[in-house]
Design a protein around this ligand. Structure first.
Ligand code: ACO
Length: 434
């Protein structure tokens, strides 16, 4: 509770009303306006949620001005350097990093669920081979509720936990299957002796005639991509998952909604859009044409944006981008790609944008997707699969947020209101008079 209040007064002489001001552990206070409509008959108006906290959450904290990101209180830098993805999954889901026994148990539970129902491949077969992987993933994840009906009761904590483990364990298998289907290669079954990221890469790149040689630098890079994308507070896809699950639907359906939202180029689709932008500049002449491209981006009459730059919350360097940049250089060195024209172009574009006043004055820095796209491309991941890998990594965050919402005593179905600007009541005229 709080003894501080905020008072809202009106210029039309209506009586003032007061609302409690609530404080979190860190971050901005919030004005609790839940009683506003009851007291005044008025709503607030905040499209894009620029000033609205939609829930209480104890999972992820971002300070966009400082460029700080914490998962359950741990700095992302600390986690990226000292933990692997499954540690982070445990942390996000259960609130604490696992001790040795908890970790062994978690590994065992995830590993036991990596295979998908064999029928899933027949379902997958219904897609065109050239279908976008996010279209396929939206379908496959949604279909999981039909394959695993024993864990779809959102209000049963045990079933929710089984669904969480199933989703975390099976997402790599499904993403790899979507890839193999698109290139017409046989699916590779998971190998449970491999660590999570290595197993995913093997399912992607091995074939029945040639196994995948695990490269530690590349596996670490993939694991880091997973860690950095695991959660990010109340972003568009997470809010979608919460809103979807608030109706009581099953966890697989809610996560499928998150996958669909993530697909958009202003969100998870940015890494794909970023690589496509690099290809376009490359096709037009490469590094020599950067100046021209930047001018187009700055032109108020053009809709061209520098993809992979800018962020709604970070108005400083995204800490994930710094870590991904580090990984990017490690991977390019490991693969001897520093002189590759596409990667040279990416680095030159980054340098110019970081120095240009247009970007500096608007606090537009490279975001994590700028570098994660380059890293994935270097590793050999096809560009259309980038967002599916983001979805794989974000699944744990979506589930942690969904579980938090269901366990919150204040949880209600999400139901925003509106400022209606349409027609006032009118009557239907006979068709001849319309
Ligand atoms: N390139 C050029 N100009 C930009 C860019 C960009 N990438 N991003 C923002 N701006 C400019 C806008 O034109 C605007 O300029 P103005 O003040 O002169 O009108 C100003 O910066 C503010 O931009 P907004 O659109 O108001 O910023 P918002 O917070 O709404 O948008 C967003 C954030 C959507 C991420 C935006 O920066 C963008 O489109 N970036 C490119 C796409 C991208 O990389 N998305 C990934 C986000 S990270 C993630 O999902 C993991």
């Amino acid at each position: 509770m709080t003894d501080r209040t905020a008072t809202l007064s009106f210029s039309d002489g209506s009586p003032s009303v007061s609302f409690p001001v609530l404080s979190g552990t860190i971050g901005p206070d919030v004005i609790d306006i839940r009683s506003l409509y009851g007291k005044t008959g008025k709503f607030t108006y905040d499209p894009g949620f620029m000033s609205t906290a939609a829930c209480r959450s104890a999972i992820t904290y971002i300070d966009g001005d400082k460029g700080e990101l914490l998962y359950r209180g741990y700095a992302i830098e600390d986690l990226a350097r000292h933990c692997d993805f499954l540690d982070v999954c445990h942390l996000l889901l259960y609130g604490e990093l696992p001790d040795a026994a908890q970790r062994a148990d978690f590994d065992q539970r995830v590993t036991r669920h990596t295979m998908v129902n064999e029928q899933m491949q027949f379902f997958l077969r219904g897609f065109r081979r050239d279908a976008h992987p996010m279209a396929v993933m939206t379908g496959l994840v949604g279909a999981m509720s039909a394959f695993y009906p024993d864990s779809i009761n959102l209000h049963d904590a045990h079933q929710r936990d089984i669904s969480a483990i199933r989703l975390i364990a099976k997402m790599p298998t499904l993403v790899a299957m979507a890839y193999k289907y698109s290139v017409g290669q046989p699916y590779m079954y998971p190998r449970n002796e491999l660590a999570y990221a290595a197993n995913f890469m093997r399912m992607m790149f091995a074939t029945p005639c040639e196994d995948y040689k695990v490269n530690d630098v590349l596996v670490r890079a993939m694991d880091r991509i997973f860690i950095l994308h695991a959660d990010h507070e109340q972003n568009a896809s997470t809010s979608t998952v919460r809103l979807c699950a608030s109706s009581g639907t099953n966890p697989f359906a809610a996560i499928a909604a998150g996958v669909a939202c993530l697909w958009g180029p202003a969100h998870g689709g940015a890494n794909e859009a970023c690589l496509n932008m690099l290809y376009d500049i490359q096709a037009q002449g490469g590094v020599a044409r950067i100046g021209e491209f930047i001018e187009k981006v700055k032109d108020k009459n053009s809709t061209v944006r520098l993809m992979g730059f800018g962020h709604r919350v970070y108005k400083n360097y995204d800490p994930r981008a710094k870590l991904m940049r580090e990984t990017c250089h490690e991977v390019l060195s490991e693969l001897g790609l520093h002189d590759d024209p596409l990667f040279k172009l990416a680095m030159a574009l980054e340098k110019i944008a970081l120095e240009d006043d247009y970007f500096v004055s608007r606090k537009l820095y490279p975001n994590v997707d700028y570098y994660s796209g380059i890293v994935q491309k270097a590793i050999g991941i096809p560009v259309p699969l980038f967002t599916a890998i983001f979805a794989l990594a974000r699944t744990v965050g979506w589930i942690a947020q969904l579980n938090e919402m269901i366990a919150d005593p204040e949880y209600k179905i999400g139901r925003p209101r509106q400022l209606f600007v349409g027609a006032t009541p009118r009557t239907v005229k006979p068709i001849a008079q319309r």
